[in-house]
Structures are given as C-alpha cells and as structure tokens.
Design a protein around this ligand. Sequence first.
Ligand code: G3H
Ligand code: 13P
Ligand code: ZN
Length: 326
Amino acid sequence: MKKRHYKELGLVNTKAMFAQALKEQFAVPAYNFNNMEQLQAIVTGCARSASPLILQVSGSARKYIGASFLPHMAKAAVEFSAELGTPLPIALHLDHGGSVELAKECIDSGFSSVMIDASHEPFQENIRITKEVVAYAREHDVSVEAELGVLAGIEDEVSAEHSTYTQPQEVEEFLQATGVDSLAISIGTSHGAYKFKLKPGEEPPPLRFDILEEIERLVPGFPIVLHGASSVLPKYVEMINQYGGKMENTAGIPEEQLRRATASAVCKVNIDSDGRLAMTAVIRRVFAEKPGEFDPRKYLGPAREALIELIMHKNSEVLGSAGRVR
Ligand code: G3H
Ligand code: 13P
Ligand code: ZN
C-alpha cells in the first residue's frame, strides 16, 4: 500500500482537540463509519454544528471499506467540510487496534491517531504492546489511545461477557510507562445496543463517576476516552420494530450521564451503535412504505439525513462540541 503521512491529507492528530476539550469542558465526538453515506452524514452534521471531529474505523470496518479507499475518503471529508463553509479539524483514528502491525500499517497509510487495545492482556503485557505502538507513532507525530479495564460487549473481534472496571491505582504507572496521549477507561459503559439487562421500567445503573473522579485526581488534566457511549435512543428502536425489525431489551447510556461525563477529563466519546440504529430505522421505513423501491439513493439518502440530524443532536445536546470550531 502507498505510504502517506496524514498531514498530506489535511488531517490533524488529536493533541490540540483534546487540549481545547479539557480547557473548555466538552468532549470531541468520535464517530465510526463503514461507508460513504455514513461519512458524508458525519461530516455534514459536524460542519453544520461547527464541531471538531474524530472519524474512526475499526479493523473490520477498514477491511470492509478497503484500506486503499480510506486515505482518499478522509481527504474528501476535509475538503467537503470546507465546501460546506466550516473547515473542520478532522482526525482519522483506528478504533480498537488489535495488533501492533495493524496500528503501524494505519500510521503508514495516513491515520493521524490510533488506538492499541491490549486491555484484555495482563497489565504488563498491555504496557509492552502499547509502548511499541507509542514508539512508532512518535516518529510520525501520530496520537495513541490505549485502554485499561474491559468493557462488556463486542470490541471489534474481541467480545467480553463481563466488564472489569479500570483500577485507578494502575493508571499512573500505565501512563508513565507507555507515554500514551489518551486512555480509554471502563466505568460502566458497554458496546452495542444491548448494554444492560433491565427489567421493564428499570433504569440503567449509573456510570461509576467515583472511579472517573479518582482517576482525575491521580492524573489531573489527562485526556480520558469513553467507549460504548451510545444512548440507544428508543425513537429509533421503536421505528425498527414498527417496520418489521425485532430488537428487544435494548438499553443505552442515558444522555444526562454522558453530559455529566463530558464536563470532566473525558474528552473523546465513541459513538457507533446510535448511528447504525438511526440509519437502519429509516431504511426499514422506506422499504415498508415503498416495497417496490430498489434505487439505493432512495433509501440511503433518507438514512443519511437521519444520521445528520442525530450527529447534530449529539454535538449540541450531549457532547457540547457544537460551536467549538471558531
Ligand atoms: O467498538 C466497536 C465499534 O462499534 C466498531 O464495531 O468492529 O463492528 O466495526 P465493528
Ligand atoms: P457504541 O456501541 O455504544 O456506539 O460504542 C462504540 C464504540 O465504543 C466504538 O469504539
Ligand atoms: Zn469501543
């Protein structure tokens, strides 16, 4: 694959974004994408709300899209935001990088930020693997995110039945030993659309703000990342079920919990499932209302509109990132 540095693509790393997010107490959105319509919607939603943006792809999303498409898609995203009238700072980030080789490949092909996720490994092994990525990333001025603690749900090809909360006392040693730029922690969020098993009428358990506060006390001003932060909005789940889908017992992170988290050292919030749900709901509605429709633009177009609306809502009402590009 052709080697490219992210600066050639007009991308930025996450350093300045996180510094601003920490100072102004908001979180930068990290939206996952797998296809062109999702990318267009994310960029449009962020340009319309003047929000900095981290575009992220998992290893499997990169395979699905095709690695050689990605640098061009990211460059197009930068140009597109300028055409929309709000040139955005955009980072291209590897989500849940599963190996040192994958992280290096992404750095070589134009990513400005990578996550190395060795959180399922023992502590010292997590440090060893993460350090290797940091050393390579430094040579290219690329940001590195790592993870301590395990979230329940699917993390790319790694799936965890139960979560293990981050142990605050491990954080300082990990940061000093690895030199990462940000750290994903486990405080009760979870991946996917089925985050908690709830009885009817039951509320999801609150996030463990005590753990977050302890981490902030031990490493003040260090950028923290929240994965698994979709709210699984009932509006879209109900629409999916209304139009022939079957999603039962879904549950997400309440928006007010996320708002509270973004006012802390949390400066990157990962959202994938909510976008998937919004697009799927609208596509189902189009097919139910117009069973003869077979032009992809007629169902992907409305799905893209719904995703734009969702992104704008997240930026302004949940993350506080709207209006931060000045
Ligand atoms: O945390 C995982 C992300 O939602 C990406 O999921 O591996 O299905 O692309 P994926
Ligand atoms: P959700 O499944 O809650 O959207 O989380 C996405 C995520 O953490 C991507 O890394
Ligand atoms: Zn994640």
